[in-house]
Design a protein around this ligand. Structure first.
Ligand code: HEM
Length: 357
């Protein structure tokens, strides 16, 4: 049941693209002209860790980062510059940093989930957006309104995805992407030399969280996995399995900067690479299975791999764990779900739950 509902987020947003990816997934690597589809676990890992990638190509996440700031912003950085700016962020998002930020989202959860105690309903997409916006504001020291910031970050990702993913370009798309980026940077209220980096972080943090939390909650509710959310140890396994099967950032568009190889298949400079995190993490094969979870090395591939792997993974896991812990006593069920057809990442526009206890 959980898997059946979750499929709708792919079919509703990019049906042709995901049908193509499903049809080719039996090949670990599949070339299509200058586009290389990378599905296999080993091939995905090799590409992210061994193939030199052009971090500033226009049709990649790094390209979006450039539009946001014009300066260098992690996703589009290489070498020593990347190492320095990444080290600072990894410190901020380490265990002490996450512990410092935690009261911000637990306060949002306590307030917004309260209606469940009196038989009311809650839309988890709204909760996730506020939680992500409030966390990002605290992380950046921004003066923005959390809900407004989350909405602006979601518009940036929606317009960027339309440009990055294969398919027909609509007229005015590039203009819409620039306008959305301008709106977000104007909102942030951080010093001018930090705006680009702050905007990129806001986009990375908000969109993944708004996609991940409602999809994980829906799957947990549909498969009645709430027992596993009751204790710390089993909740940790549940979180890893739910993130693995939902693979919130399912497709990483990249461009090869030089020759390399992915699981033995040659990659040429300039090849457009579509890295399918969802298949690399074997989301389509099995689970979520808390009794026999996938090995951690496979599960963590939904956060990428190598020098650019997601620095927000710990934060994302703790936020999801806290959300599941806060919901579990009510044993919620999904009463309404509506796909977000425009979002940057496959997800719900509405995911309303009601308690059953
Ligand atoms: C479930 C939630 C999340 C998922 C699935 C996710 C996934 C990813 C993936 C797949 C990448 C690309 C990794 C690569 O190229 O190897 C990435 C990069 C990144 N993520 Fe996340 N992410 C999540 C949450 C977050 C959060 C909450 C933050 C910030 C607070 C964040 C910040 C970043 C940044 C800054 C990068 C770029 C790192 C670099 O280029 O060095 N992410 N994420």
């Amino acid at each position: 049941m959980g898997r059946r509902r979750d499929r709708r987020v792919y079919l509703g947003s990019h049906p042709v693209l995901f049908a193509l990816l499903a049809a080719t997934r039996r090949w670990p690597v599949r070339r299509w002209g200058r586009t290389v589809l990378v599905h296999g676990t080993q091939a995905y890992q090799d590409t992210l860790t061994r193939v030199p990638l052009d971090r500033r190509a226009g049709t990649t996440t790094g390209g979006t980062a450039q539009r946001l700031g014009g300066s260098r912003l992690l996703f589009d950085e290489d070498g020593a510059g990347h190492r320095d700016s990444r080290r600072a962020l990894v410190d901020t998002l380490g265990s002490a940093g996450v512990a410092r930020l935690r009261p911000v989202w637990t306060a949002v959860l306590a307030e917004r989930l309260a209606p469940l105690a009196t038989g009311g309903t809650v839309d988890l997409v709204r909760v996730a957006a506020e939680l992500a916006g409030a966390t990002t504001v605290a992380l950046l020291g921004s003066t923005a309104d959390p809900v407004g910031l989350a909405a602006a970050a979601r518009r940036v990702a929606a317009t960027a995805a339309a440009e990055q993913l294969p398919g027909l370009r609509r007229p005015g798309q590039r203009r819409a992407a620039r306008a959305a980026a301008g709106e977000l940077t104007a909102l942030l209220g951080v010093p001018a030399d930090e705006v680009g980096r702050a905007a990129m972080l806001a986009v990375a943090a908000v969109n993944t969280t708004v996609a991940a939390i409602p999809r994980c909650v829906a799957w947990c509710a549909d498969d009645r996995l709430w027992n596993a959310a009751d204790t710390d140890d089993s909740r940790e396994v549940l979180v890893n399995e739910l993130l693995r099967v939902t693979a919130p950032s399912p497709l990483l568009p990249r461009v090869a900067a030089a020759e390399g190889s992915a699981d033995g298949c040659p990659v040429r400079a300039g090849d457009r690479l579509l890295l399918v995190a969802r298949h690399a993490a074997q989301a389509h094969r099995q689970g979520p299975d808390c009794a026999a979870p996938a090995p951690p090395k496979v599960a963590q591939l939904v956060f990428g791999a190598g020098g650019h792997a997601c620095p927000g993974a710990r934060l994302a896991r703790v936020q999801l764990a806290d959300t599941l812990a806060a919901l579990a006593p009510y044993r919620p069920v999904v009463v309404r779900s509506r796909v977000d057809r425009r979002a940057g990442l496959p997800g719900w526009a509405e995911l309303t739950v009601r308690g059953t206890t």
